[in-house]
Design a protein around this ligand. Structure first.
Ligand code: PLP
Length: 412
């Protein structure tokens, strides 16, 4: 028998695509919650309050709006559980995460025979995957063309594809879904809490799923936000789905959503943690206090500063998300991306490579929305590429940052 020493995990700068830096207030509520069971009145009240605040964060009147215990994939699994074997689906893929969404959809839509033929990578006849090259966005035209041709029951895409750092056209997607009678499903894991948008402004989209650890800044494993339109729920009532725990209607019950109505307190679905509820509650309070609109402005502002500095170092930026930069290294360093990322990570500076081809470097700013944090990233990254032999004009980098932040101060 081996009892290992207590696990120590060092403090790192989480400067990747996620998880983001959890707010100290969230951790304090997590550790500060008393032990109370999942039917305690304050836990149930907390869940109902979370549900109501989440509707404001997501910008929706959808009754079926709540959190799914776990990570982004947990929420996505609840959303995609609407897809039944044989359902016709068009899925747009432009990077790692929408690629996995596509795999999820193929697993759900496969018939028993199709699944048995290739259990871990089924290729059901009813699913069309539209591949958009890495580094490009899914445009409204691409969606319109595919939905006009295939007329599917469901269409799905990522709002922000974190693998390639690209923002996809949610308006064009929603419009095409409405026009062609498809029910849209959106992976909003990377955009919720970062971009200023209201899901009710996209009536072609009937299912949304996000995560705790990115824009909502609530990693200590809590809740993946989901929201479903009444039409989605009506559809699901007709077909049913083969899951208890991730059933979109059953999972809603503990949050006080029963028979399509808000009720005062929830009924048992599974054992929720008072710690997780308290943390999620605080994360939502923080988002609403700061406002989604202000956070979105802050992300855009600080991303622009980081972008300017990295461009001065000779990097080529191919992303357009505001929480994440995806870049090619200066030409003379091409091919050394993994070496650089490992060098940074060895110093607890947590940047990332891309997880699917081509290999690029990803630097994120989740909950790092101040000049000091951005300058720190720039300094660390600059030192790391110098360590690998790069040269660049430090004065130009510094003045790019000064200009960005100086102007902002002057404008205030
Ligand atoms: C991070 C991410 C996921 C996966 O979320 P987990 O929290 O790791 O389960 C899915 N989709 C997108 C777009 C993401 O950015």
């Amino acid at each position: 028998m081996t009892i290992f020493p207590q696990l120590e995990i060092p403090e790192t700068i989480a400067a990747g695509p996620g998880p983001g830096n959890t707010d100290a207030r969230v951790l304090a509520r997590f550790a500060g919650a008393g032990l109370a069971d999942h039917m305690h009145p304050d836990v149930l009240r907390g869940m109902v309050e979370c549900k109501k605040m989440l509707r404001d964060v997501m910008g929706t009147k959808n009754v079926h709006t709540y959190g799914v215990a776990g990570t982004g994939w947990s929420g996505l699994d609840v959303m995609f559980s609407g897809v039944m074997p044989g359902d016709k689906v068009v899925m747009f893929v432009n990077g790692t995460f929408s690629g996995i969404d596509g795999l999820t959809v193929r697993m759900k839509a496969a018939t028993a025979e199709e699944l048995a033929a290739n259990p871990s990578d089924p290729k059901p006849a009813s699913v069309t995957i539209i591949d958009v090259p890495h580094g490009q966005s899914v445009t409204g035209e691409i969606v319109e063309k595919a939905l006009a041709e295939h007329k599917p029951k469901w269409a799905a895409m990522a709002h922000w594809e974190t693998g390639s750092g690209r923002v996809n056209d949610i308006q064009g997607f929603s419009d095409a879904c409405e026009k062609h009678g498809a029910m849209g499903l959106v992976d909003a894991v990377s955009s919720l809490g970062v971009e200023d948008f209201r899901i009710d402004d996209y009536p072609g989209v009937h299912g949304w799923a996000s995560c705790p650890q990115k824009g909502i800044c609530c990693l200590p494993l809590t809740y993946a936000p989901v929201s479903f339109s009444d039409q989605f729920i009506e559809q699901l009532k007709k077909t049913g789905t083969r899951t208890f725990v991730h059933h979109p209607i059953m999972e809603a019950r503990h949050w006080g959503i029963i028979d399509g109505q808000d009720v005062e307190k929830g009924t048992y679905h599974r054992t929720h943690s008072a710690y997780a509820v308290a943390a999620f509650h605080e994360a939502l309070r923080i988002t609403l206090q700061q406002t989604v609109a202000q956070r979105a402005k802050d992300y855009a502002f600080h991303e622009a500063a980081l972008r300017a500095a990295l461009t001065e170092m000779g990097c080529e930026i191919t992303s357009n998300m505001t929480s994440l930069i995806v870049l090619n290294l200066p030409a003379d360093m091409a091919g050394r991306e993994m070496e650089l990322v490992q060098h940074c990570r060895a110093q607890n500076f947590g940047i990332w490579p891309t997880l699917s081809e081509p290999v690029q470097v990803r630097i994120g700013i989740l909950n790092l929305l101040n000049q000091q944090a951005i300058s720190g990233i720039v300094d660390k990254f600059g030192q790391a590429i110098r360590d690998l032999g790069a040269t660049f004009d430090q004065d130009a980098v510094s003045s790019a940052l000064d200009e960005h932040y100086g102007q902002a101060i002057a404008a205030e």
